[in-house]
Design a protein. Structure first.
Length: 323
């Protein structure tokens, strides 16, 4: 299969591109490198520089590389930033997705897998969260991702495209040469690993939640498992479509993550309790049974696997992709 991966120079996108190449697919990475890294693009992938809002450039890349399918990963994806800059998020994420859809239709690439998020649910009424639960995003980032899902639904209803939306919970870990290198970094696992490595103090936002140890519980899913889900979704299009949660089906608290980091690194994580962040729900865990039933996908890697893989990548790349 010939596949265009938008955002394929980013964290999850680069892992997906590498997985597709490993199974014999031809891959073109389309990325403007504003958040991604040229060094993250796996060897063997073609690279096309461009903004996802540039429909003509997208169409040309799809036609030039004879792409049959799209994995659409490119987006702005920081919740706090989206609160500060909602109009920018709508412009990049929503207008960009509309351009991706239009270019894919024009180029005859009728299968699309979309990177969505658990943020479309907002503060859940229950947990584990099912795909049929209320969609009520609590921040502009989640709102834009839900709007993108609806754009895709409209295109599908018009017979223009077949798509699957994959709603990630908390991605973590590394896979081979691909790892996590954000600036600034906001994800717990790499922040905790850096704290262990550098002796810095890590902020724990709240320890008085109604959970076993008082800290927030999240569903941490290995990035390699996420990549496997994208491959499964591509293989099943157009017969199997819809929105699917990608999570482990169980949660780990912040303190549980810190304990895993200490075990893997052999170093203590100095943690300091800080005030709760506004809007942080106590527990966010996926019900992943629909993905298993429809896509044949189940996560195979543990939190400890993810922490160990992320640590190995960090040791090999002490300055991220810069060296």
């Amino acid at each position: 299969m010939d596949v265009l991966v938008t955002g394929g120079a980013g964290y999850i996108g680069s892992v997906i591109a590498a997985r597709l190449l490993a199974r014999g697919d031809a891959v073109t990475v389309y990325d403007d490198l504003s958040r991604g890294h040229r060094a993250a693009v796996p060897a063997g992938a073609a690279f096309a520089a461009g903004d996802i809002r540039d429909e003509e450039r997208l169409r040309d890349a799809l036609l030039r590389h004879r792409c049959e399918a799209v994995v659409h990963m490119a987006a702005l994806a920081e919740v706090a930033e989206s609160v500060r800059e909602p109009d920018r998020y709508r412009d990049v994420n929503e207008r960009g997705t509309a351009a991706v859809i239009a270019a894919a239709v024009a180029a005859g690439a009728g299968r699309l897998v979309f990177s969505s998020t658990a943020a479309v649910y907002g503060a859940p009424e229950r947990t584990p969260i099912e795909e049929s639960d209320t969609l009520a995003p609590s921040n502009p980032y989640g709102e834009t991702k839900l709007a993108c899902e609806r754009l895709l639904e409209e295109a599908r209803a018009a017979g223009a495209i077949a798509f699957t939306a994959l709603r990630y919970f908390n991605a973590c870990g590394a896979d081979g040469e691909q790892g996590e290198d954000h600036d600034p970094e906001s994800h717990l696992v790499p922040l905790a690993l850096r704290a262990a490595r550098d002796g810095r103090t890590l902020a724990v936002f709240g320890d008085d939640y109604p959970t076993e140890d008082g800290t927030c519980v999240r569903d941490y899913v290995h990035v390699a498992d996420l990549a496997d889900a994208h491959v499964a979704a591509l293989e099943r299009l157009p017969e199997t479509q819809g929105a699917f949660n990608l999570g482990t089906g169980s949660g780990d608290s912040v303190r549980r993550v810190l304990a895993a980091v200490e075990t893997v690194t052999g170093a203590r994580v100095r943690a300091e309790v800080a005030p709760r962040r506004a809007g942080d729900p106590p527990v966010l865990v996926a019900d992943n049974r629909l993905a298993e039933k429809s896509l044949g996908w189940r996560p195979r890697r543990s939190l400890e696997d993810a922490v160990a893989d992320a640590w190995s990548w960090m040791l090999a790349h002490p300055r991220g992709y810069a060296g």
